[in-house]
Design a protein around this ligand. Structure first.
Ligand SMILES: [Zn+2]
Length: 132
């Protein structure tokens, strides 16, 4: 019997053994939507889409600078600008934005993502509230 036990043992006799230590029950985990790994991986690439858009802008500027020089005089600057604008719009539109709210693991029959697992911003803004 060590000193500690020797001091406490008489108290046990008088008051009984202490109640078992209360184990703290962890709070239930907050309900978080399950993450779809395919959607998460796609959404992580969004900065790459922005980077591409910046490169397209830079290329457009180079073409327009050339169009302003005598040797680029036959370049149709307005057409170049319109075409680059379309490219930027297409890339921006196609940028993965959020996981499909019907996911994870949507089938191809999913009315929102059609099995892609994620939505672009414009698609996410068109979701009727009652759908999710
Ligand atoms: Zn879906």
């Amino acid at each position: 019997m060590n000193i500690h036990t020797a001091q406490i043992a008489p108290a046990f006799k008088e008051f009984g053994a202490p109640p078992p230590a209360r184990t703290k029950t962890p709070p239930p985990p907050a309900r978080s939507p399950k993450v779809d790994p395919i959607a998460a991986a796609a959404i992580e690439t969004a900065p790459e889409f922005n980077s591409l858009i910046n490169e397209v802008h830079a290329l457009k500027r180079r073409v327009l600078v050339l169009a302003g020089k005598p040797e680029g005089g036959a370049i149709r600057a307005q057409q170049v600008e319109a075409d680059f604008r379309n490219i930027v719009t297409a890339i921006r539109f196609g940028t993965p934005f959020i996981q499909c709210p019907k996911g994870p693991s949507c089938a191809k029959a999913c009315v929102l993502c059609k099995g892609r697992q994620w939505l672009v911003k414009e698609e996410s803004e068109r979701i009727p509230k009652a759908t999710c």
